[in-house]
Design a protein around this ligand. Structure first.
Ligand code: APR
Ligand code: PHB
Length: 392
């Protein structure tokens, strides 16, 4: 069967969904193709740190009713080095900006409900298999759904299909350069039914490796530890995970509460970049174009920041016929992405174990940590990057 729309969006993650809502608000028709089921995308466990800009956009889109009630606002973060703690009060250092903890899958649930309520077409279990004609004015996406082959012709294709998606691979290989950086460690993440032991997030270097204390609700904790890339989830019993977390996050007069773990998984850490996010009528956004290590909590926020630029450029094109913002799309996005890439890399190397404890490299790491406590300038640098720079 053949379909037609103005913007063909591949992927119903945070990028594709926010784009659809912004376009629909301006009267621009779009269709989202998502190869997974609704249930799958709504329950895929990911990170959960929202920058102020992201919260503002979700509110502006009218998709924040539950976020306003259940989201947990944070005004500071705790940084720890082998048990020594420094609190960075980011509201004080950034003129009142903050972050909100709210699981990405909750964001996705809210966006899907809002999009469907507003009549946006989301085709679930619709697998995009080929994008044709991106150099023409009418590209076509081929997809399969329920065993049937379909085509969707459109004015523009938004490739919001994540790191493993089809869109980036559709760009001619010589139209962009790739940069990859693999880190020599992974994160083991858990969700546990236990009240958080800290109101604020704790990022900890420890001589045994990194640990992060985060949370999802007053009764659910989200925690991570650095593990080897070769480690298997079976190597890590619940007991061993709690033991390691307690040691690495430990500080005098503080104890980590334990509870039943109901989700655990290991994720490799990587940085991935391309230096051009557009070719012809195909525009990439979110994980399709870039991956940052999770230590800065930037993944979801970068996806949403790309979409702000893309929606503005497309709306401007349909209103005026001008292509200037479309042409600037890639460079506008890349400024923020490189900034976040650098910050995520900085946080990763500051808090992970890479060198022998007590070695020259490790003592430099400690000097960097100590500097946060000594210098308001350094604490402000961390704070403003962590909450997200407003206008980059
Ligand atoms: N056809 C249709 N859908 C596809 C295809 C395809 N060929 N390939 C991938 N998809 C879908 C995936 O199933 C997924 O739901 O595209 C969607 C991409 O969504 P995300 O991976 O959530 O990516 P994005 O919207 O860019 O959001 C980035 O997700 O991975 C996290 O840390 C990352 O928080 C960041 C956020
Ligand atoms: C999370 O809560 O999942 C989380 C928080 C901060 C990070 C990464 C993940 O840097």
């Amino acid at each position: 069967m053949h379909h037609h729309t103005r913007i063909g969006i591949i992927g119903a993650g945070p990028a594709g969904l926010t784009l659809a809502l912004l376009l629909q608000r301006s009267g621009i028709p779009c269709v989202i193709l998502e190869n997974r089921s609704r249930d799958y995308v709504e329950n895929r466990v990911r990170a959960g740190l929202l920058e102020q800009n992201t919260v503002d956009l979700l509110r502006d889109l009218g998709a924040a009713d539950r976020l306003n009630v259940e989201g947990l606002e944070h005004h500071g973060v705790i940084l720890s080095f082998n048990g020594q703690r420094i609190r960075v009060p980011f509201d004080e250092l950034t003129g009142g900006r903050g972050i909100t903890i709210y699981g990405q899958q909750e964001v996705v649930k809210d966006l899907i409900a809002t999009a469907l309520y507003r009549g946006i077409d989301i085709l679930f279990e619709a697998d995009a298999t080929l994008i044709e004609g991106i150099e023409s004015e009418q590209p076509t996406i081929h997809f399969t759904q329920n065993g049937l082959v379909h085509t969707l012709s459109c004015d523009f294709v938004a490739g919001c299909d994540g790191f493993h998606g089809l869109s980036r691979k559709t760009m001619p290989p010589d139209s962009y350069r790739e940069f990859r950086h693999e880190y020599p460690f992974s994160w083991l993440g858990i969700l546990a039914n236990v009240a958080p032991s800290s109101d604020e997030l704790i990022y900890a270097y420890h001589e045994r490796g990194f640990a992060l204390h985060s949370l999802r609700s007053p009764s659910v904790s989200r925690l991570y530890i650095q593990v080897d890339n070769e480690d298997k989830i079976e190597d890590w019993s619940d007991e061993r995970i709690w033991e390691e977390l307690s040691i690495r996050l430990g500080a005098e007069g503080w104890a980590l509460e334990r509870g039943p773990i109901f989700e655990k998984s290991i994720t490799p850490m990587r940085s991935f970049m391309i230096d051009n996010m557009q070719y012809g009528r195909l525009f990439l956004a979110g994980d399709a174009a870039h991956i940052v290590p999770p230590t800065g909590g930037k993944g979801l926020n970068l996806a949403v920041a790309d979409i702000r630029w893309l929606a503005e450029a497309l709306i401007h094109f349909f209103e005026t016929g001008q292509t200037d913002l479309l042409e600037q799309y890639s460079s506008n996005c890349l400024r923020r992405i490189w900034r976040a890439q650098d910050f995520s890399n900085f946080m990763t190397y500051l808090f992970h174990k890479q060198a022998e404890h007590g070695s020259f490299e490790n003592l430099l790491q400690k000097a960097k940590f100590d500097y946060i406590g000594i210098s308001k300038a350094q604490a402000t640098t961390i704070a403003e990057n962590y909450v997200g720079l407003k206008d980059v």
